[in-house]
Design a protein around this ligand. Structure first.
Ligand code: CA
Ligand code: CA
Ligand code: CA
Ligand code: CA
Length: 347
């Protein structure tokens, strides 16, 4: 009996590379430019991402994209969050480019510290040239060591006005509107280290909305940063993809749990943001700008935001994610192996 247990364990170790299924969603159910001066919420054909650090009345992450995919057609909801053994999630957005619009924002694929932005609103980053906290530093700022600002993906928390189940691309904008800085609803967030409480990130440079958790200015770890594919800044005349591979291991699995819960609810919803600086009346080519589902006819090669989810084969015990038929065949094999060993021992 003990030998049989050993054999079973060996077999189960061999099959831990579970078969997985890929699900691709080419068109969102909802995509929206979450920006105070977007007067055509769900209809807008493109949406840009930029920040307004140092400008009163605005959230630091001023122009964001909120995007949702209805997953229920391919991945049945309602099985309980734990039933969705997600292996990977990739989000892909396509940046606008054509004969007239040539994006020229620099590529940066790593998070920038909060003190590399223009905290004192003098129009420069680190005008004194001295890193934050060192002798002679007058602005509290440091240089941004890598040119450009990353595109970052976060989860969303809904409320007090909006709700996850009813939110859509036409839900009215709630957030800083140039007059008053208020928290976004829904707001992009990360899980706080240690407590896993949701931390607002829309004003992480100013340090707003997390007082109750003892958090002020901080640098959030994004759930994914965007990797441009085939993009030459300043010499780009055709659309190109920006890919976000979500790190499901973040926050001790809480990020994975966020998406498991959403699959159980039938819809995955994320925020894409950048603190890329913009200048008044400056070129729109200087910031990332993506096609919404309403804009796929704008240019050849334009695409809506897509979602790819890989899940260990559903409806199978968490032991390995194998189909019952495959599991049965292995147990039959083990049985034969044990029988043979027993015959040999008996001989
Ligand atoms: Ca839309
Ligand atoms: Ca400054
Ligand atoms: Ca400085
Ligand atoms: Ca940078």
């Amino acid at each position: 009996m003990k030998k049989m247990a050993c054999c079973m364990a060996a077999v189960l170790t061999m099959v831990t590379a579970a078969p997985a299924a890929d699900f691709t969603f080419d068109t969102p159910s909802d995509d929206r430019w979450h920006y105070p001066f977007n007067f055509s919420p769900g209809f807008r054909t493109t949406a840009s991402c930029f920040g307004t650090v140092g400008t009163p009345g605005f959230n630091n992450r001023d122009a964001m994209i909120y995007v949702a995919w209805d997953t229920s057609e391919l991945i049945a909801p309602g099985k309980g969050a734990g039933a969705y053994d997600i292996q990977s999630i990739t989000v892909t957005l396509t940046n606008q480019a054509n004969a007239f619009i040539n994006p020229d924002w620099p590529i940066d694929t790593t998070a920038d510290e909060w003190f590399t932005y223009d905290l004192n609103a003098d129009g420069m980053n680190n005008a004194d040239g001295i890193p934050r906290g060192e002798a002679g530093d007058t602005d509290g700022e440091s240089d941004d060591i890598d040119p450009g600002r990353p595109l970052e993906l976060f989860g969303l928390v809904f409320g007090p006005t909006t709700s996850e189940s009813t939110w859509g691309e036409f839900t009215p904008f709630i957030g800083g509107d140039s007059m008053t800085v208020v928290e976004r609803d829904p707001f992009p967030f990360v899980f706080q280290d240690g407590t896993n409480a949701p931390l607002h990130v829309e004003d992480n440079v100013s340090g707003l909305f997390n007082d109750g958790l003892g958090v002020f200015q901080f640098t959030p770890t994004p759930w994914a940063t965007g990797s441009p594919i085939g993009y030459t800044p300043g010499a780009q005349s055709v659309p190109f993809d920006v890919q976000f591979d979500i790190d499901l291991t973040l926050a001790d699995g809480e990020v994975k749990a966020y998406f498991q819960e959403q699959l159980n609810n039938g819809r995955i919803i994320v925020a894409v943001t950048s603190l890329r600086e913009t200048v008044m009346m400056g070129s729109s080519s200087g910031v990332p700008s993506f096609y919404m589902k309403e804009g796929v006819s704008l240019d050849p090669g334009a695409k809506a935001a897509s979602l790819r989810v890989t899940i260990a084969e559903p409806d199978v015990p968490a032991i390995s994610g194998m189909s019952m038929a495959a599991m049965a065949s292995i147990f039959v094999g083990v049985g034969a192996l044990v029988s043979r060993r027993q015959r040999l021992l008996a001989a």
